[in-house]
Design a protein around this ligand. Structure first.
Ligand SMILES: *Cc1c(COP(=O)(O)O)cnc(C)c1O
Length: 382
């Protein structure tokens, strides 16, 4: 019944985890879920209020524009200027997305022909490689390994493969490893992409979840706009994962290509969600600052506990994930964690084969729950 493109997908590990989690809950276990990357904090009130008002506006009840309201795109451009000092033309360099996942999933359709290569990191958000597969392309793995601080070693990419590649997906601050890429790396990447005529698709939903210096945007690098676009999302920055709103910004030709695909598939975001998105993008600074502090506190608590347990983790610099080296089979490790302690974590292999041996812990649970997890972990050791 199913098309080859569905049959060729790797098994969806996360569904199996959900099943194990639910069956533990049925047995009466008080499960602490450190598996999902879904912010537990509520969307700030002023954003919810903006939605309520905008939902009553009949102008928002008709079909929205494909590319997003100009006012929304202007708000994204203003946010980029305010946050990264990056200038964007809202007319040609900004496109609204129904969550960045939607844009990532559709983007390769605009650039990949049958059997074209695309560079995708491993471990990574699984959407990069499935979107390439759906477009008929061939994902070429770029490993993210500990020895290289989870940055791709561009010098190790076979020049022949690079020449044949149409695009590269990357994501820093990184899910699942928590790694951050500095300006130097982004510069190197832009040069690499220019040399091999590769489109850079940088996925940056965690740019605001950093604990020391700001993680920044790839578009801060001079000339980046010649080869790169960046996906951004309100899901993590403003706790709006359920709202489905994000954007892609940067190279106008690439933006136009993605826009052309989208206009044949969806009909844009609900106008009221865009209006609320504008309210989010104009939030006072303390909104994001408070969120950052909350995650930093939780990260520190869990980091200490996991380190005490003997797991190897680098001190978190960004994101709400801890990427812990267990030295064991990552699925087995997570199974024991759930069976013995009622704690859910995500096995690293779910993000690709280079994730084997690692486990991802997410701090998207209230601090009391994380403290409870820490207590269980400390008893596990003894
Ligand atoms: C959460 C996340 C996204 C954001 O997805 P939305 O569709 O905007 O909610 C994108 N990429 C990565 C790596 C993520 O972890």
């Amino acid at each position: 019944m199913y098309a080859d493109r569905i049959k060729s997908l790797p098994p969806y590990l996360f569904a199996a985890i959900d099943k194990a989690k639910n069956s533990a809950r049925k047995r009466g276990v008080d499960v602490i879920d450190l598996g999902v990357g879904d912010p537990d904090l509520p969307t700030p009130t002023h954003i919810v209020e903006a939605l309520c008002t905008a939902a009553r506006d009949p102008a928002n009840h008709r079909y929205p524009s494909y590319e997003g309201k100009l006012a929304f795109r202007q708000a994204v451009a203003d946010w980029y200027r305010g946050t990264f000092k990056v200038g964007l033309d809202p007319e040609t360099e900004v496109l609204a997305l129904i969550g960045s996942k939607e844009g990532i999933a559709h983007a390769p359709l605009a650039f990949i022909n049958h059997n074209d290569l695309a560079l995708v990191p491993d471990p990574a958000y699984p959407v990069y490689s499935t979107s390439v597969l759906f477009a008929g392309g061939v994902p070429e793995v770029v490993p993210l390994i500990r020895e290289n601080d989870f940055l791709p070693d561009l010098g190790k990419i076979d020049p022949e493969t690079a020449r044949k590649s149409k695009l590269i997906f990357l994501n820093f601050p990184n899910n699942p490893t928590g790694a951050v890429a500095g300006k130097e790396f982004f510069k190197e990447l832009i040069d690499f992409a220019r040399d091999y005529r590769i489109i850079v698709m940088h996925d940056n939903p965690y740019s605001e979840i950093y604990f020391r210096e700001p993680a920044g945007s790839i578009l801060e690098v001079e000339g980046a706009k010649d080869v790169a676009v960046e996906f951004h999302s309100l899901s993590k920055t403003y706790n709006m994962a359920g709202w489905r709103v994000g954007s892609v910004v940067g190279n106008p030709e690439v933006i136009a290509g993605i826009g052309q695909v989208k206009s044949n598939i969806d009909s844009g975001n609900f106008g009221a969600v865009q209006d609320a998105g504008m309210a989010a993008l104009k939030s006072p600074d303390h909104i994001v600052k408070d969120m950052r502090q909350e995650y930093a506190r939780r990260m520190e608590i869990l980091y200490q506990a996991l380190t005490d347990l003997g797991l190897e983790i680098s001190r978190p610099r960004a994101t709400f994930y801890l990427w812990a080296w267990t030295g064991k089979d990552s699925i087995e490790f997570c199974k024991h964690l759930l069976d013995d302690l009622g704690i859910v974590a995500t096995p690293g292999v779910g993000f690709g084969r280079y994730g084997q041996g690692f486990v991802r812990f997410s701090v998207t649970q209230p601090t009391e729950r994380i403290e409870m997890a820490v207590k269980r972990l400390s008893e596990w050791k003894s």
